[in-house]
Design a protein around this ligand. Structure first.
Ligand code: NAD
Length: 434
């Protein structure tokens, strides 16, 4: 913000033509903040991140060269508790995207009542091009370079796109070695052997399944035999396929970065997961005879299915393709897959969108349960974790539906209304608005 800019006005776009994930996040916020009649100061303090760190990470490659990687950590808010959010390793990650992802984390934690704030991190890298040793050195360097930001009461990272429990273990070890203590609560999504939680691996997809079951009740649907298309087949997407097929849904299409695959009578997720385990991705999955290849992978989003699950990246459903979406229910496992312009089109076509800040909150919910267990030093069985996760997701779903009815808005705006109210209440109690 420039010094002369009035409070409440935040400049987002340098280039108006560019699709800005943070710009989209702000548009979503604005729809709710207008309804809530927020003051300009409340708006200004709720939008921009509190802290941004950017670094160039030098890493020794296996051939002796030093390569540098651009890296970010953005803390959007600590009003309701320590900052919380994953770290993404991706060649296209940028500050605008990380700001948006951190912003969504703040309101996601608030929607499901997790006492944490919002953050996100990113490293500009294609991890598929690194050896395991290079990946470890990069991960440790990231954590070491940003170490002043992190801590169990400060900022607690977790996995996101292209990061996993092994990388969380390296993060945790780097931090613990620095302070000389065993400090598992600094990171979540760790392996079970290092203080991870039962149920964390499947948590994002399981949380989505809990809310989709409630959404089906809301829509008077029977879930068994409903058809599903899923974009993205990593942690969120592959478990989404597996868990939905276990409750009787038919997975008609799946995709990842290497292609999209379709079978009208249903794809067996276990076969696809095994294929990815053996081959590293879905590339050539059609050669197994279990599905046909879709030439244009984006066509997956337009297939005639009941439920569409974006579980890859942002800005997949836009003003260009939203009108061709045939699904009646979109469950956003990914963050930011639908643009605000797409939302308008989907709304007018009667498509129900369960928004990311509710739908994929199972991941951060079990991360929070992991953090609680680490701090107690006492670990729960899977049953206890699932009980808490289900209760939190079910209650959050109906709280959002109630607000949507009360204000006559879609579920995204309703979720923001719930989240914004909670963040602002905490900020005001702390005195940020004095
Ligand atoms: P992941 O790295 O495990 O998997 C990402 C998947 O998306 C991979 O299969 C990749 O090949 C695929 N992909 C990438 N680009 C694609 C494209 N253009 N078209 C189709 N597929 C593509 O990541 P993840 O953890 O499953 O995260 C996926 C989404 O879910 C992200 O938006 C992430 O922020 C969100 N999310 C993840 C968690 C979590 O706990 N992992 C929690 C909440 C939200």
């Amino acid at each position: 913000m420039t010094p002369n800019q009035p409070a409440g006005k935040v400049v987002i776009f340098e280039d108006k033509e560019k699709v800005s994930a943070f710009g989209n996040a702000i548009k979503q916020f604005d729809r709710a903040s207008k309804i809530l009649n927020l003051t300009p100061n409340q708006v200004a303090l709720s939008k921009e991140p509190r802290k941004i760190m950017e670094a160039m990470l030098p890493v020794r490659m296996d051939d002796g060269r030093i390569e540098t990687f651009r890296a970010f950590r953005v803390q959007h808010s600590i009003a309701r508790g320590p900052a919380k959010g994953g770290v993404r390793f991706h060649p296209d990650v940028n500050l605008d995207e990380v700001k948006a992802l951190a912003f969504w984390m703040t309101y996601k934690c608030a929607v499901v009542g997790i006492p944490m704030g919002g953050a996100k991190g990113g490293v500009v890298v294609d991890p598929r091009k690194l050896s395991i040793g290079e990946l470890e050195r990069l991960s440790r360097r990231y954590f070491a370079e940003m170490i002043s930001l992190f801590g169990p009461d400060r900022d607690v990272p977790a996995p996101d796109v292209n990061t996993n429990p092994q990388i969380m273990a390296w993060f945790m070890d780097t931090y613990s070695m620095h302070y000389g203590d065993y400090i598992p609560a600094v990171v979540t999504g760790k392996p079970l052997a290092l203080g991870g939680s039962q149920g964390r691996n499947t948590a994002t997809a399981q949380g989505m399944v809990y809310v989709v079951r409630q959404a089906a009740k809301h829509l008077n649907w029977d879930l068994p035999n409903r058809s599903v298309a899923i974009q993205g087949f990593g942690n969120a997407g592959s478990f989404a396929a597996l868990l939905l097929s276990k409750i009787g849904c038919r997975i008609k299409a799946i995709s990842d970065i290497d292609g999209a695959f379709h079978n009208d009578s249903g794809i067996d997720p276990e076969k696809a997961i095994e294929f990815v385990r053996l081959n590293g991705s879905l590339k050539d999955f059609h050669l197994t005879g279990h599905a046909e290849k879709i030439d244009n992978p984006l066509e997956l989003l337009e297939l005639p299915v009941d439920i569409l699950i974006p579980a890859a990246l942002e800005n997949q459903i836009t003003h260009e393709n939203a009108a061709r979406v045939k699904a009646r229910l979109i469950a956003e496992c990914a963050n930011g897959p639908c643009t605000p312009e797409a939302d308008d089109i989907l709304d007018s076509n009667g498509v129900v969108v369960v928004p990311d800040i509710l739908c994929n909150a199972g991941g951060v919910t079990v991360s929070y349960l992991e953090w609680v267990q680490n701090r107690m030093g006492y670990y729960w069985k899977e049953k206890r974790v699932q009980k808490d996760l289900k209760e939190i997701m079910d209650n959050s779903f109906w709280a959002v539906v109630d607000i949507a009815r009360q204000y006559n808005v879609n579920m995204r705006t309703a979720a923001f209304i719930v989240g914004i109210k909670r963040v602002i209440e905490a900020s005001e109690l702390r005195g940020l608005y004095a």
